[in-house]
Design a protein around this ligand. Structure first.
Ligand SMILES: [Zn+2]
Length: 587
């Protein structure tokens, strides 16, 4: 009798909530279909490969996820439900912001980067993404959500809890199934369930992360502290083809060209970055891993470039102004030291030393390294520069001399891919290159009196500069994004000049060649090298690197990663950039 009563109570409570959830879910999915019609049409391309059964199975699964999520929300007491719905409205706005900018909802990688990257990158990313149009897209979805407020709640808390178990379990299990079998960017019917899916995807990915120590290097004792210093500069968002050093028609890097003319710069031409955003590129650059994606967690297991430098007797310093990759490793190390790193310096370390890096940071870093070298040799320094992360207008000072090309964007302007917008975008970017790249070297070279040094320079990735109408700067797998500079600058007293003189002509360089290049510069014996690294630039030949590989998306190959190559010869237009003239005098 009691059981019968309980069953009736449950069905009575279940039905209105379940019916409301089903109705709201159907409505929400129809709205989504209407708003993002092109995505749904593109989804149909998956059909022939997946087969009808699997395709409709996945579709049903994600539809039921929307129902389950709405049902769970309805089980909440009204006040709590209103709070959760407000949070949901916020997520919907964020999701549509992503979609309007990148034509996709957030992925687990976006989420991971959102959590791990530095604070100002986050604000800058949000402000470059944000468009008021998003509210128009979010509105219908928010209206459906608000219709859930008046539905009568389940009065008994324990009953509500019991009813929530099955849908919660379904959401967890179905998302795990999607994690294992369905590419992360397909089958999104709703911004909220998509967000939940990315969050869980990120958690599932975390579970299988490698947490052990890095591999050790064989025993070796350097006889003494080296006399030379090696500086590895990893710039931020610098596109190789916008340097006049690489043939760009505007004089963005006159100082670098004068170094080249004087025999102090070896240009490696346009190089191919390992990834289309900082995290991936840095992971490969610091650990020398050379296969894509990193499904064996080699970027977490390989010894770092610091391990080798330390073994060879260098004092190791890491200057991290960009917080793109290693800072997350340092965070993971807690308060303990990072292996083989003598000093890890961030903006705060400079503040504590009362070193003013000024607004654009990079020139302050150049001066700091100069002072360091002028005291003594034997340093190995890695710098993650501030470079040219969007907004570009914040990357050079406000004076007339720094604005060689006009008109420029305002610091708060979002990217406008129209002709006039592109003209400003490229002008602002070029002014930034002249200041953050060319001036950086001018300050460093002219202020360094201890000239037994070599500097290897590249950028983590390039920029789209809205050439194909993109409103994003990087992150997506576009070929143009991996166009980065690569060159070596040496001081007049550099001890291994002979090595630089032997760089073969006509080589094609990728980020993957940088690791062994550094080992060669340090003089690391072959017996110490524990991984099969890609060739250094000193042993590359014109026949190597016929295809240069890079990746985008999830570093460890779960979910949505993309591996692509830049062939030889590259597609027309790759590695070439041009200023934009939108006015009537345009040629
Ligand atoms: Zn970057």
């Amino acid at each position: 009798m009691k059981a019968k009563f309980a069953l009736r109570a449950i069905t009575q409570a279940t039905c209105p909530c379940a019916m409301a959830a089903l109705l709201a879910a159907t409505l929400a999915v129809l709205i989504d279909l209407f708003l993002r019609f092109s995505d749904y049409r593109a989804l149909l391309h998956v059909l022939p490969a997946a087969g009808t059964v699997e395709f409709s199975g996945a579709l049903t699964l994600v539809f039921l996820q929307v129902v389950a999520l709405f049902y769970l929300i309805l089980l909440l007491p009204r006040i709590l439900r209103t709070g959760v719905l407000l949070l949901c409205a916020f997520v919907v706005v964020v999701q549509f912001s992503y979609w309007l900018t990148l034509s996709q909802f957030m992925t687990a990688t976006d989420l991971f980067l959102g959590i791990s990257v530095g604070g100002d990158h986050r604000t800058e990313a949000v402000s470059s993404f944000f468009q008021p149009l998003v509210f128009l897209y979010a509105l219908p979805c928010v209206l459906v959500l608000s219709a859930l407020i008046p539905v009568p709640p389940v009065s008994n808390f324990r009953k509500a809890l019991a009813l929530s178990l099955l849908p919660a379990l379904f959401l967890l299990a179905s998302n795990y199934a999607l994690f294992l079998h369905v590419p992360e960017r397909s089958f999104h019917l709703n911004p909220l369930t998509s967000f939940l899916r990315s969050t869980l995807h990120h958690e599932f990915e975390n579970l299988r992360k490698y947490r052990g120590p890095r591999d050790d290097l064989p025993a070796f004792q350097a006889s003494q502290r080296p006399l030379d210093s090696i500086i590895y500069v990893i710039d931020e968002s610098v596109r190789g083809s916008n340097l006049s050093l690489n043939g760009y028609p505007r004089a963005t890097t006159p100082f670098l060209q004068s170094l080249e003319a004087g025999g102090l710069l070896k240009n490696l031409g346009i190089c191919v970055a390992a990834g289309t955003f900082s995290y991936i590129s840095n992971a490969y650059l610091i650990t020398g891993h050379n296969a894509f994606p990193d499904d064996g967690f080699r970027t977490a297991r390989n010894p770092t470039v610091f391990d080798y430098a330390k073994k060879m007797g260098y004092e190791t310093i890491y200057i991290d102004i960009d917080h793109g990759y290693l800072s997350t490793l340092v965070k993971a190390a807690g308060d303990g030291p990072v292996r083989s790193l003598d000093r890890w310096m961030t903006d705060r370390s400079f503040e504590e030393r009362h070193v003013d890096l000024e607004a654009t940071k990079d020139l302050g870093i150049a001066r700091f390294i100069s002072r360091l070298l002028n005291e003594r040799g034997g340093y190995f320094v890695v710098v993650n520069k501030k470079g040219l992360h969007f907004h570009y207008r914040n990357r050079y000072p406000d004076d007339e001399a720094s604005a060689a090309w006009k008109p420029v964007m305002k610091a708060s302007d979002p990217i406008d891919p129209g002709a006039a917008g592109r003209e400003k975008l490229v002008n602002t970017y070029d002014n930034g290159i002249r200041f953050q790249v060319d001036e950086f070297f001018r300050v460093f070279v002219s202020e360094t009196t201890n000239r037994n040094y070599v500097m290897l320079y590249t950028s983590d990735h390039g920029q789209t500069l809205a050439e194909q109408g993109q409103v994003y700067t990087h992150m997506k797998p576009d070929e143009g994004i991996v166009d980065v500079p690569g060159f070596l600058v040496s001081g007049e007293r550099y001890g291994r000049k002979g090595l630089l003189a032997g760089i073969p002509y006509g080589i094609r360089v990728s980020h993957l060649n940088n690791f062994a290049t550094l080992l060669d510069l340090m003089g690391v014996p072959l017996s110490l090298r524990v991984r099969p690294y890609d060739k250094s630039i000193f042993s590359l030949t014109a026949g190597d690197n016929r295809a240069r590989t890079y990746m985008s998306g999830s570093l460890h190959g779960s979910g949505d990663y993309v591996v692509k190559t830049i062939p030889t010869p590259p597609a027309a237009g790759w590695g070439v950039s041009r200023p934009v003239r939108s006015g009537p005098e345009a040629p």
